[in-house]
Ligand binder design. Structure first.
Ligand code: BGC
Length: 463
């Protein structure tokens, strides 16, 4: 097949190219300067919860190296940086007294980004609930919507003059599936009864934070969800039903209430007596006008009917498929499919790809890059993954989906939650002993994609 011409892969003018991280995964120093502990500080210090006993105590030491990290972003040519704020740095007890030093950290970071022409995209909540609020029931407490709006308002007042893109929650599905249903993530609960309540309160909190933004903020706010196409393992009616359940549970559970004002009917079937009848007025709070939706995309899922708790679906590994180090199938065309589904289901809302990337085993090599004098980290599988996925976004744009930007996950290797430091998603390699950062080949490649606004996607890869 002939290569596409350069102009065919050019992205729309103003398309925003960047990279993403999250506070707990990179910052380290979780209790510095008056911060309170979060559920992740606690979880990581509970024996048996983390791979290898890893914690976020040091992580990438970004809390102290932030200035150098912004310089690195600049060197790579990033136009945007998506990061999250640690709630318990700002409000150590979750509500009430504001910790000025915590606020100053993010204020300095934002100033430094702007001084380097990098647009900040701020995520208010990327999973690190203040531990003090967990002691009050966490997301199971209906007051959590007010707590979240209070915290968000502190940040709107302090930063909206400089931050123009805000995200309420990152991946409510993972927060509840991992944190309240299966327990692999903080706070580590396992309850079919708790999961729907936590989900619903997260959505109420999202609504309350957007509402507060309309009073205090002047720019844009949205929600970030992780979604993936669910494909049937066979053409049986049972597998079709399994796909329907999996799709409702992951892809519609949050987008439906946020954008359409109701839940998909399948959730009642899935959760049975654990699915409450929600008060109608909750949906007025949850469904707020959004300026954009952020989509995190990693993989697809081939589903079949199977006994599992509580979804009764299983995942079928594809014998001919390619898989990443986290066991996720590489399936770029699924991103085009999802974006088209999103437009068809929810209309013409602007979309950002707020995360996309892959963990691969990429050991540093002995050779040096003559251009930079730095050691090379060859990661052809990541480059290939990124190239195909960015191409899939271009396909969706050509089919009429309003995609406005792409945030690669992740800027650098970091703490992969309960998998600790065992999985490397970064385009920049981090040596966790010395904290040395080394851009991998994929980072150099991505710099060219940014500089050419996508045209270099059709260039042959340099290996
Ligand atoms: C999360 C990130 C995580 C990444 C890779 C997303 O679910 O937002 O925090 O590191 O996927 O697992």
């Amino acid at each position: 097949m002939p290569l596409m011409s350069e102009s065919e892969r050019e992205f729309p003018p103003g398309f925003l190219w960047g990279a993403a991280t999250a506070a707990h995964q990179i910052e380290g120093s979780p209790l510095a300067d008056g911060a309170g502990p979060s559920i992740w500080t606690r979880f990581a210090h509970t024996p048996g919860m983390m791979h290898n006993g890893d914690t976020g105590d040091v992580a990438c030491d970004h809390y102290r190296r932030w200035k150098d990290d912004v310089a690195l972003m600049r060197e790579l040519g990033l136009q945007a940086y998506r990061f999250s704020v640690s709630w318990s740095r700002i409000l150590p007890a979750g509500t009430g007294a504001v910790n000025q030093k915590g606020l100053d950290f993010y204020s300095r970071l934002v100033d430094e980004l702007l001084a380097n022409d990098i647009e900040p995209l701020l995520t208010l909540y990327h999973w690190d609930l203040p531990a003090a609020l967990d002691d009050r029931g966490g997301w199971l407490n209906r007051d959590s919507a007010d707590w979240f709006a209070e915290y968000a308002s502190v940040l709107y007042r302090a930063l909206d003059g400089r931050v123009r893109k805000w995200v309420t929650l990152n991946e409510p599905w993972v927060i509840t599936d991992g944190g309240y249903l299966h327990g692999a993530l903080a706070p580590g609960h396992r309850s079919r009864y708790e999961a729907p309540i936590a989900s619903h309160n997260l959505m109420r909190a999202h609504g309350a934070a957007v509402k507060a933004y309309r009073e205090l903020g002047e720019h844009e706010i949205g929600l970030v969800v992780n979604i993936e196409p669910k494909h049937p393992a066979t053409d049986s009616a049972e597998d079709a039903a399994a796909v329907r359940r999996a799709h409702a549970y992951m892809n519609e559970q949050y987008l439906h209430p946020a954008l359409l004002g109701h839940y998909p009917a399948e959730l009642k079937e899935i959760f049975g007596d654990a699915w409450p009848d929600w008060p109608a007025e909750d949906f007025e709070l949850i469904k707020q006008k959004l300026d954009f939706v952020g989509i995190n995309y990693y993989t697809r899922c081939v589903s079949k009917a199977a006994e599992s708790y509580p979804l009764n679906t299983g995942v079928v590994r594809q014998p001919m498929g390619t898989y990443t180090e986290t066991g996720w199938e590489v399936f770029p065309q699924g991103l085009t499919e999802l974006l088209l589904w999103f437009k068809q289901t929810y209309g013409d809302l602007p979309v950002y790809i707020t995360e996309n990337g892959a963990a691969f085993f990429d050991p540093p090599t002995a050779d040096t890059d003559p251009a930079t004098g730095q050691r090379r980290v060859r990661d052809p599988l990541r480059t290939d993954y990124l190239r195909k996925h960015i191409g899939a976004i271009h396909d969706a744009i050509q089919a009429g989906v309003d995609v406005r930007g792409y945030m690669l996950w992740s800027l650098m290797d970091n703490l992969e939650w309960s998998l600790g430091y065992s999985k490397r998603f970064g385009m920049v390699h981090v040596n966790y002993t010395t904290q040395e950062r080394t851009p991998k080949d994929s980072a150099r490649w991505y710099s060219q994609v940014i500089a050419s606004n996508g045209r270099s996607l059709t260039d042959p890869l340099p290996y």
